[in-house]
Design a binder for this molecule. Sequence first.
Ligand SMILES: [Zn+2]
Length: 112
Amino acid sequence: MHEYSIAYDLYATSRRAAVENNAKRVKKVSVDVGKMAMVNPEQVTFLFDTIKEEDPLFKTTVLDCHEVAPRTKCHCGYSGEEIFVCPGCGALPELVKGREIVVTNVEIEVED
Ligand SMILES: [Zn+2]
């Protein structure tokens, strides 16, 4: 259950941020999902909704997943989106971006 631990992690991270900022409600959690992370954003969203269900802070929270294109670089100086063969020298480029799953923003409502 790869997706489950990811969804749980997103919940725990955004909950911590919300509590630290005295939130009474979490409106939206934005997440960058690298295309090379090999996760299904729809499944992560579904699991996130299941995990947060019992949490009043998260009653109306929307999880917003953005897919992030991979980015690679090569020792020959190439950098771009080719992930298997470097167009410059034919070597296997190094993946520098696209495998991460990170919370980029937590939108909250605070007590006034
Ligand atoms: Zn190269």
